[in-house]
Design a binder for this molecule. Sequence first.
Ligand SMILES: C[S@@+](CC[C@H](N)C(=O)[O-])C[C@H]1O[C@@H](n2cnc3c(N)ncnc32)[C@H](O)[C@@H]1O
Length: 190
Amino acid sequence: MIGLDLTREMLVEGRKIAAEKNIHNVDWVIGDAEHLPFQDDTFDLYAVRAAPHHFVDVDAFLAEAFRVLKPDRDAAFVDCAPPVPARDVLHEVEVRRDPSHIRSLTVEEWVTKLERAGFEVEAAQARELDWNYEEWMGNQGIAPGLSAELAGVIEAAEGEARVQLHPERRDGKLWHAYWHALIRAHKPGQ
Ligand SMILES: C[S@@+](CC[C@H](N)C(=O)[O-])C[C@H]1O[C@@H](n2cnc3c(N)ncnc32)[C@H](O)[C@@H]1O
């Protein structure tokens, strides 16, 4: 098994978690998902989680995923995927919370891009999550002033975006909806 990330810090984290889970069959590689340092048809399974919204060129990343996967094998893609009206609101929050955020795709956009890359999409669904805003900001160490400002962006959402996000205060703390895409795709046999 190979774990890859652009940064050494995330690989250190991955190595730590693997050790805690008693997983020892992993090699850790610093690399770019858009230019993978592996030969064609190498892997029995390709999986990526919570990273594609940081990728500058999603089509290049999908072409690479397709290239390194063996024919007749599966790939799994997990990433944030709000529906369009909610995404338009969340985008401002995401980039100000983490400037390396580029763009979340909707499930429909995922399917279109995967098929264009050559995959057969076997399952694709968005899972709506009950999102703890304060914890989300805390993960990234966001200063209280900016956190309050960005909470205001979500709570000011109107129309369809507001219906989708349904922000509410529980004991004074903001909760709202968030979405993850869970996708399984197949690389056809030759
Ligand atoms: C939100 S973290 C998710 C980390 C991990 N995949 C997980 O599920 O916990 C996003 C990660 O994407 C990585 N990343 C961003 N652009 C990348 C690229 N082009 N190739 C590989 N990794 C990248 C970042 O370094 C960061 O560690």
